[in-house]
Design a protein around this ligand. Structure first.
Ligand SMILES: NC(=O)c1ccc[n+]([C@@H]2O[C@H](COP(=O)([O-])OP(=O)(O)OC[C@H]3O[C@@H](n4cnc5c(N)ncnc54)[C@H](O)[C@@H]3O)[C@@H](O)[C@H]2O)c1
Length: 443
């Protein structure tokens, strides 16, 4: 049986969670926080969103959706019923029963963790903490953040974790754009350094998620998430390295991978591309690399994967110049259309996107660059604003080279191949419907 110095506090919060009368706060209404807030509101909880960007808070309160994984209808319903309301400050923290933190965890310029968002939010919460609250961290971070950074800040309030308040880490695993695995049916890892926090956090997440995976500490939960993203980064680097080797061997990397992936066991499909992007794969492994250094330990795989993945945009640039060279066009006279700038297909998110790096490199070589992306109307590259050009036959034909950097489903690749002079396909998207097309050079 669970015992605590304040058993009544714990039982009261547990009862409120199971009755869904607990008031939930979600700090940071972005790709992770907004879907989470809507899920909780959908099952009957009242949710207060705390979002520092006033435009985002205002849009939530108008039910004006800005995250593609959130359904417009569901957002409208939870806002109209008063179950979701966004605010821009922390004034209501004292009223909340559970506070879920979903703020960014970027890197500094020197690839060190930037915990300033987590620290600032935790300090705001600590200043208003009252007995009987559960705080959970969803942001991806290095092992130790919850116990070594958040806990001391929260205990400055004079309250003790495990006795008067509870603290847990439960890393978000959302795969933006994935229709099969949503928040509800994706197993959720939860860890905390005291049993009462683990029990409450598990109970809280069970309200909306089918299967909870408790682990013995917040540190273990933090490591689970960074390992998952490191696993992807390393495997993508492996196939990227294979692509670099195949280029030298004169072999088609896609053919090799397609054949390798027919093995019914012991292999997992990963594909090469122009690099890695988004808020997770290029960033999270470096959180672990940084933490490992505290223990005088070098995470060789992470460093190597980062090096290979970061080199891919340069390889794309070099391959593009080879194609243009065959056409007798110098880089400085080339007109290049970059097709797709978001980091992943069918999404609007272009944070850390390798396509942006490719554009930078092309511009640096004085090429004339335009882009098309059905999801991203505008981008900024090195201080220059660029607007997505319409994908029309005449505009395709007016470029010397089209580089497919993101394989959006909405693009008519048949039209691209028909009209473009030459195509560099870094995603292998044309190979199934148009194998060995004379205009196409694969990565
Ligand atoms: N996007 C993903 O696919 C994904 C998947 C799993 C985990 N994660 C992790 O989840 C965390 C959040 O990522 P995201 O993609 O949702 O980021 P995001 O940038 O989309 O959203 C974060 C939100 O927090 C707000 N914010 C920043 N500081 C704040 C403050 N002091 N007070 C209130 N609001 C504040 C921002 O304005 C923004 O709206 C990161 O640690 C990320 O690594 C992201």
């Amino acid at each position: 049986m669970i015992t605590t110095l304040e058993p009544q506090l714990l039982q009261t919060l547990r009862d409120k969670i199971t009755a869904r009368t607990a008031l939930i706060g979600v700090v940071g209404l972005g790709y992770v926080g907004l879907p989470f807030a809507v899920e909780k509101a959908k099952v009957g909880f009242k949710v207060v969103g705390i979002e520092q960007n006033p435009r985002r808070a205002e849009r939530v309160n108008r039910a004006d959706n800005y995250i593609s994984d959130v359904s417009d209808d569901e957002l409208r319903q939870v806002v109209a019923s008063g179950r979701l309301h966004a605010e821009t400050d922390f004034a209501r923290v004292t009223e909340l029963d559970v506070v879920v933190i979903c703020v960014p965890t970027p890197l500094t310029k020197n690839l060190a963790p930037d915990l300033s968002y987590i620290e600032s939010v935790t300090s705001e919460i600590a200043a208003r903490l009252r007995p009987g609250q559960l705080i959970t961290l969803e942001s991806t971070t290095y092992p130790g953040t919850t116990d070594e950074v958040m806990r001391p800040l929260l205990e400055r309030s004079g309250l003790k974790q495990g006795q008067e308040f509870w603290l847990a880490h439960s890393p978000e695993r959302v795969d933006p754009g994935n229709r099969r695995y949503t928040t509800k049916n994706t197993n959720k890892v939860v860890g905390a350094s005291d049993p009462w926090s683990l029990d409450l956090a598990t109970c809280f997440y069970q309200q909306t998620i089918d299967h909870i995976v408790p682990v013995s500490s917040a540190k273990a939960a933090e490591l689970v998430k960074v390992f998952e993203n490191t696993f992807r980064a390393v495997n993508i680097a492996l196939v990227n390295e294979l692509a670099l080797l195949c280029d030298r061997l004169g072999l088609n990397v896609w053919e090799v991978l397609d054949a390798a992936n027919t093995k019914p066991f012991g292999i997992m499909p990963f594909y090469p591309g122009p690099g890695v992007g988004g808020h997770c794969i290029p960033i999270d492994p470096h959180y672990l690399e940084w933490k490992a250094k505290e223990y005088n330990f070098n995470t060789h795989f992470i460093a190597l994967a980062g090096e290979i993945n970061r080199s891919m945009p340069e390889f794309v640039r070099d391959k593009a110049w080879r194609v243009l060279n065959r056409l007798g066009i110098a880089p400085s006279r080339a007109k290049v259309l970059v097709l797709g700038v978001s980091y992943k297909k069918d999404l609007a998110d272009w944070r850390e996107s390798p396509a942006i790096e490719v554009i930078k490199l092309l511009l640096h070589d004085h090429a004339q660059v335009s882009y098309h992306d059905p999801y991203v109307p505008q981008i900024e590259v090195d201080g220059h604003a660029l607007t997505s050009a319409p994908l029309r036959p005449e505009s395709l034909a007016s470029h010397d080279l089209v580089i497919i950097t993101t394989d959006h489903s909405a693009v008519d690749y048949g039209l691209v191949l028909e009209q473009a002079r030459a195509v560099l396909d870094t995603r292998g998207v044309t190979r199934r419907q148009h194998p060995n097309h004379p205009k196409v050079t694969l990565l």
